[in-house]
Design a protein. Structure first.
Length: 662
């Protein structure tokens, strides 16, 4: 019932303090309250809480002045709907009781907001409020909960719930709802049959369902049994299928307005769209995580068989071989190194894209980093009979992650070697320009069109005219160069006059400020290869469950002059260590029984104070794997397949470090 429906106005009499002395008999029709219910109260009690303080102030001003006043406020109707009314108050000069006032409430437009609203929000404002509150929410259940709460509060409802409808449209699930204090949650799985056949048919056509349509044979009896006297259920249909519903429950009888029906309809549509986006994003994220886990697992499984191949080639190279056989072994060695590099590149791209690579910066000299990159690519350069010239001034200071910058330079050299016809010329130059270190790798190879200059740095990109020279690459090398340079705060660009005219790749980095480097701070020296016999004669325990990998590694180490014993699993490793008292343990991580992390921890406990070095030799090489090995007490972490020269150097350096530590 509205003010307009009961004649356009309400009239009551009140004392100066607002106490009602004579209410209008039509008050019950409008508010649902008995007229006598206000006899000891104040008419302010019927004013919306958000307007009450201002109404009292304006009333007090009028009483103090003794003059008529007019102001607007919101009064709540019996159905919970708020009505904006114009109040006109005037003192009664001839009243039997002094200080009496007569108050008129004349009708204005009804509002959407019920008795729990604040401010003068309209339907669009409510939609905006819900949109702002859920804008950055990415969890579907949270979107449902926030939307249900805000809509329920805005409508002054008893309960509000969003429901997903199963693909067969026979069941719906309320995962999260909002309800007034003391009202039970409606969360659960239900059948659409509870609404009755006609109401269910209407919902499947996207029509509103209101309490009058339920009937005793449908859901009406059930809702009445749980104390719900009024309901809106807005069904959302997409591509001919009922996909979602938004329900608003009221414990008291209530007539729903057109604006309220429209609001619920718009809310369920927007809520569903947001939830679908969130679920799609979550699915993509989950798939991305699974992809990364798959790549890491694949890398581990591929590295394991590469290790014994690498060791076997190194063992064979110790013996005089016919030139043809030696050449074949060299091919095997290069291809194993290439496979390992491809695996590393694939993992690195995945890690960088997820923000999992952290640079370990230190002061370094650019010329020494170039020398290390050349050393790593020399075999490929030699196999292609390329002539390499390097002109990088000594001592250009940079603050970088040395391993990553060597990787950048190595990728550029590899790219030049692959896409330059055999017998080509590759030149590496360096200089300082405008406070930046500039390094250029120039070749006289295939070149590229200007339109491909930016494209060449994209992942999995191989230009059409270069594919037959790719030698099985994945098109990741230059993409890694760009990403690693960005992490360093540097840049990379390519210049080429055109096809067949060669290319120049230029990287730029900030030069390390002299003031930032202590005068006595040593610049790291390049790591030299240690002769095999320099670390010979050590007691080494090899723990590896791959038979070929274990046997070839044992033979390789014994060929270096070491005393070597082996174990196939964690328990055997602990028993062997107790007998051998090794100086060095080369320990795989993925062992049967107890894993390498636990073995390392037990070895540290049993051999506390002993000169014992533990090196992880594993196919797992991610940053979190290295962090775990450090935490477990490992001295070093090597990723399979390890170059024999690197293995020799590591054995020597780790044992020396342990002796210094002891």
């Amino acid at each position: 019932m509205t003010v307009k429906a009961i004649g356009g106005s309400l009239v009551w009499y009140a004392s100066a303090d607002g106490a009602v002395t004579r209410p209008d008999p039509r008050w019950r029709e409008f508010t649902g309250q008995e007229p006598d219910g206000l006899a000891d109260g104040h008419w302010f009690d019927a004013v919306h809480a958000g307007d009450r303080a201002e109404a009292k102030r304006l009333w007090g001003d009028a009483v103090a002045s003794g003059k008529p006043a007019a102001f607007s406020c919101r009064l709540a109707g019996r159905d919970g709907t708020l009505h904006q009314v114009l109040l006109q108050a005037a003192p009664l000069a001839d009243a039997a009781v002094p200080g009496q006032w007569m108050v008129f409430a004349s009708a204005m437009e009804p509002l959407l907001r019920p008795d729990h609203a604040t401010g003068g929000e309209t339907r669009l404002e409510i939609l905006d409020q819900i949109g702002q509150a859920t804008r950055h929410v990415q969890e579907a259940d949270s979107i449902m909960a926030i939307t249900a709460r805000l809509l329920g509060e805005a409508m002054g409802a008893t309960r509000c719930a969003y429901a997903d409808v199963d693909s067969d449209s026979d069941r719906f699930t309320i995962r999260s709802d909002w309800a007034r204090e003391g009202v039970a949650s409606s969360a659960g799985v239900y059948s659409l049959d509870l609404f009755g056949p006609q109401a269910t048919s209407n919902l499947r056509q996207g029509r509103h369902l209101v309490d009058a349509e339920l009937g005793d044979e449908g859901g009406g009896r059930m809702f009445n049994a749980i104390g719900i006297q009024a309901i809106i259920c807005a069904g959302l249909v997409k591509d001919g299928r009922l996909v979602a519903m938004m329900a608003v429950h009221q414990a008291a009888p209530r007539r729903w307005t057109k604006d309220e029906l429209l609001l619920v309809s718009e809310v369920v549509d927007r809520c569903w769209a947001h939830i679908e986006r969130a679920r799609d994003a979550a699915m993509l994220k989950e798939q991305d995580v699974r992809k990364d886990e798959f790549i890491a697992t694949l890398a581990h499984e591929l590295r394991n068989p590469l290790a014994p191949i690498k060791y076997a080639v190194a063992i064979a190279a110790r013996h005089p071989l016919p030139e043809v056989i030696a050449g074949k072994f060299a091919v095997i060695d290069r291809q194993v190194s290439l496979m390992a590099r491809l695996i590393d590149d694939l993992l690195d791209v995945s890690r960088i894209n997820r923000g999992l690579i952290e640079l370990r910066r230190e002061d370094a000299r650019l010329d020494e980093l170039v020398a290390r990159a050349v050393e790593g690519t020399q075999a490929l350069l030699d196999s292609q009979r390329h002539r390499l010239t390097v002109a990088v001034p000594a001592g250009i200071p940079v603050h970088v992650d040395p391993a990553r910058l060597v990787q950048v330079i190595g990728n550029l050299l590899t790219n030049a070697a692959k896409y330059t016809p055999p017998g080509g010329h590759i030149e590496v130059t360096g200089r300082i320009e405008d406070g930046r270190a500039v390094l250029a790798v120039r070749d006289d190879g295939l070149g590229m069109a200007s339109a491909d200059h930016a494209r060449v740095f994209s992942m999995f990109t191989q230009l059409p005219h270069t594919r037959r020279h790719a030698q099985g690459g994945l098109g990741l090398g230059l993409a890694l160069v760009r990403k690693l340079m960005e992490l360093h705060g540097g840049t990379v660009r390519v210049d080429s006059p055109g096809l067949g005219e060669g290319s120049t790749f230029t990287v730029e980095l900030p030069v390390r400020e002299p003031s930032a480097v202590r005068a006595d701070a040593p610049i790291p020296e390049p790591v030299a290869t240690v002769p095999a016999d320099a670390a010979g004669g050590r007691r080494i325990l090899v723990v590896e469950d791959n038979d070929d990998g274990r046997q070839t590694l044992i033979e390789l180490l014994r060929g270096m002059g070491h005393q070597v014993e082996d174990a196939r699993d964690g328990h055997e490793a602990l028993a062997m260590a107790a007998r051998l008292e090794p100086e060095l343990v080369l320990l795989d991580l993925g062992l049967p029984g107890i894993d390498g992390y636990e073995v390392a921890g037990r070895l540290r406990e049993r051999h506390a104070g002993a000169e014992l070095a533990i090196v992880a030799l594993t196919g797992w090489g991610a940053a979190h794997d290295r962090m775990r090995t450090r935490a477990a007490g490992f001295d070093e972490h090597l990723v399979k397949p390890v170059e024999p020269t690197v293995l020799t150097r590591t054995v020597h350096e780790v044992l020396a470090r342990v002796r210094r530590r002891s």
